[in-house]
Design a protein around this ligand. Structure first.
Ligand code: ADP
Length: 644
């Protein structure tokens, strides 16, 4: 008997097969589920699409009406007002993001280039020239005085206002900002000043108010608020005769940058003014097309009113949200929605149940009928994939666990069956030899008619030895069987190690006292007691002694020692026999394992002794070690903790 008899059954290939058997059907099932759900969804969507085709065309006509109506509303507004007032009305009532206004003859009325100088015709007094000369020579204080004089004697309010403006400018140049502020603040509410314009047609009071605000560095200056309020009123006043668009936008920008209180810097028409100005810069000759038309500004559309009085400027977002508002008012069953998307927009038609391109005035835009949860394309399929992955994962885990449990049970069954076969084979093999020897010896004695007392004694001694060997064998088989059935229990008591050694030597038998065997026993007389099952410990030592005897060919020199080491008691069995190869040192403790040497065969045994030793020693909380060299012998050491 050589090599390992147990563990021949390899569990991994079977496990792998089981896993494959789990994995493939699971994946197949998931794929099938996915396909089935997808095709069912497609069929349902097809049905819905058919049912809603009419609804889509209604939506298309409705939208056309909405945008045509919007153009008509612009013309309507233009009938009642014009220029700046029309601009303000259209923007503030939400008809457009900004508008360009035209007069009845098609001339641009807002935002227009600065108005034609209004007062070129009004002659300047001769002192004005003198003041200008002083300014040119850097004599600002003197210029300020002359301007003041002109203002005092002026009858025309425009001239007076211009003189004040020039005086304030000269005062600032002369380094007297405070006097300039004072001058402006005092004059602001003067009748006639508010409407006065400079040579270029700009409102003087608004420019002056900005100058005063810029000069008043101290934020807690009490005069700031009234000036800011005055300016705010001028800038948000779109009645006839108000600011030219260029000046308005410039002043709005400046005020926003000044840090005046937000109620005087939040201009409701600021964005619109900016958009209109940018548009006029980009397109000097606006195209009056009643269809929505892409302008040269990115993301901005224009739509002219039917009469050509107003050109509405609309951001893409405005077009989409106004259209969407109309579409959302249309009655659709819950979970369905018609979405509008701009040219090149985000609503993927691939995901829509139904889609349609829009005609004039929204050419380029398109409609898509989608289910509510498809609004963000891809999200639904992502969620579905997640669910599949989880279901698949859980199925695989559950089936793997089941497979593992089944494999474990199967392995245990096979191992037990294998063990039983091994044991039966070993028992019959091991019992046959001593029984055969005993039979031969007894037969010889019986056949001898005149029994020689010397020979008889010798034969009886041999029979006794075989008997003892049989006893030990059966003892080991019983111990092993109990261990395997988990029926082996230790009866622990306080024991003297010396007694165990003595009992083991006694049980080991006569053969250790034969002339070819030297057994040296050395037990320290002061050993601490141990907490042990003395019968089991004797079995351990007898097994080790038995092995030492078996694996020492020829002259046998064996030592059995007991000593105390680090609070534990060590039993050592040393022989000078065949020794054990280093790689065998762990394996020899396995059940039925026998190192491959011929002595294993000739000496008998079935590879159970050391596994029993290991089991008993572990049961005592101890450990078994082996050392030595191949061909020179081995030392087995059993260490058991001393009683505390
Ligand atoms: P066996 O019944 O074969 O002796 P054991 O479990 O007692 O079974 O020992 C297992 C194997 O360990 C043996 O077959 C033998 O090869 C090796 N062995 C045990 N003790 C010794 C020893 N003292 N010297 C050399 N080899 C040993």
């Amino acid at each position: 008997m050589s090599g390992e008899m147990g563990h021949t059954w390899r569990v991994w290939p079977v496990l792998l097969l089981l896993l494959l058997a789990v994995l493939l059907p699971t994946l197949g099932l998931l794929w099938f589920m996915n396909e089935a759900i997808n095709s069912q969804r497609r069929a349902a969507e097809q049905e819905i699409a058919e049912a809603y085709r009419g609804q889509m065309s209604l939506a298309r006509d409705g939208l056309k009406g909405v945008w045509e109506q919007s153009g008509i509303a612009l013309d309507q507004a233009a009938r009642e007002r014009s220029g700046a007032a029309l601009f303000e009305h259209c923007v503030r009532s939400g008809l457009a993001d900004a508008v360009i206004c035209f007069g009845e003859k098609g001339e641009l009325t807002y935002p227009a280039a600065p108005a034609v100088p209004v007062a070129r015709d009004k002659p300047r007094p001769p002192e004005w020239r003198e003041a200008e000369r002083s300014e040119e020579r850097g004599r600002s204080a003197e210029a300020a005085r002359i301007y003041e004089e002109i203002a005092r004697s002026a009858v025309d309010p425009d001239l007076r206002a211009r003189a004040w403006q020039a005086q304030a400018r000269s005062l600032v140049r002369a380094g007297d900002g405070e006097a300039a502020v004072q001058l402006i603040v005092e004059r602001l509410e003067t009748p006639g000043y508010r409407a006065a314009r400079d040579w270029q047609g700009r409102l003087i009071s608004a420019d002056a108010a900005l100058l005063a605000l810029q000069l008043m560095k101290n934020p807690s200056d009490r005069r700031r608020l009234p000036v800011a309020r005055h300016l705010f009123r001028s800038l948000t006043d779109y009645r006839a005769g108000s600011l030219p668009a260029g000046q308005r936008l410039f002043l709005m920008r400046e005020v926003r940058a000044l840090g005046v209180p937000p109620e005087f810097a939040g201009f409701p028409t600021y964005e619109a003014e900016q958009l209109a100005a940018r548009f006029m810069e980009a397109e000097s000759k606006p195209v009056l097309d009643p269809d929505l038309r892409r302008t040269s500004l990115p993301d901005v559309w224009s739509q002219a009113s039917p009469n050509g009085r107003v050109l509405a400027l609309l951001r893409t977002q405005t077009v989409v949200s106004r259209s969407q508002m109309f579409l959302d008012r249309q009655m659709l069953s819950s979970g369905l929605r018609i979405l509008i998307s701009p040219p090149g927009g985000q609503v993927a038609t691939a995901n829509a149940l139904l889609s349609a391109a829009l005609a004039s005035p929204l050419s380029g835009f398109s409609l898509a009928l989608v289910t509510e949860n498809q609004r963000s394309p891809g999200e639904l399929s992502r969620r579905r994939t997640q669910v599949y992955v989880w279901v698949g994962f859980l199925m695989i885990v559950a089936m793997s666990v089941a497979a593992l449990v089944a494999a474990g049970l199967l392995q245990r069954r096979l191992r037990l069956a294998q063990l039983r076969t091994d044991l039966v084979a070993s028992v019959s093999h091991e019992l046959r030899t001593p029984l055969a020897s005993v039979r031969v010896l007894v037969d010889t004695l019986l056949s001898d008619t005149a029994l020689d007392p010397g020979k008889t004694r010798e034969y009886l001694a041999l029979i006794a030895a075989e008997n003892a060997r049989l006893g030990r064998l059966i003892e080991n088989f019983l111990a092993f069987s109990r261990i395997e059935r988990r029926k082996y229990s230790l009866e622990l008591a306080s024991v003297e190690p010396g007694a165990i050694v003595a009992d083991a030597v006694e049980a080991a038998g006569e053969r250790f006292r034969a002339p070819d065997c030297v057994l040296e026993v050395a037990a320290d007389p002061h050993l601490p007691r141990i907490w042990a099952d003395s019968g089991a410990m004797v079995t351990v030592l007898v097994n080790l002694l038995d092995n030492a005897y078996k694996y020492s060919p020829g002259e046998k020199r064996i030592a059995l020692r007991a000593c105390s080491r680090n609070g534990a008691v060590c039993f050592e069995v040393e022989d000078h026999g065949v020794g054990i190869a280093p790689r065998e040192r762990r394996r020899i403790f396995r059940k039925f394992y026998q190192a491959d040497n011929r002595l294993s065969r000739s000496g008998g045994g079935c590879g159970l002794g050391l596994s029993i030793v290991e089991h008993i020693v572990r049961g005592h909380g101890g450990r078994t070690e082996v050392r030595g060299e191949l061909g020179k012998g081995s030392v087995f050491t059993v260490t058991v903790p001393a009683e505390s």
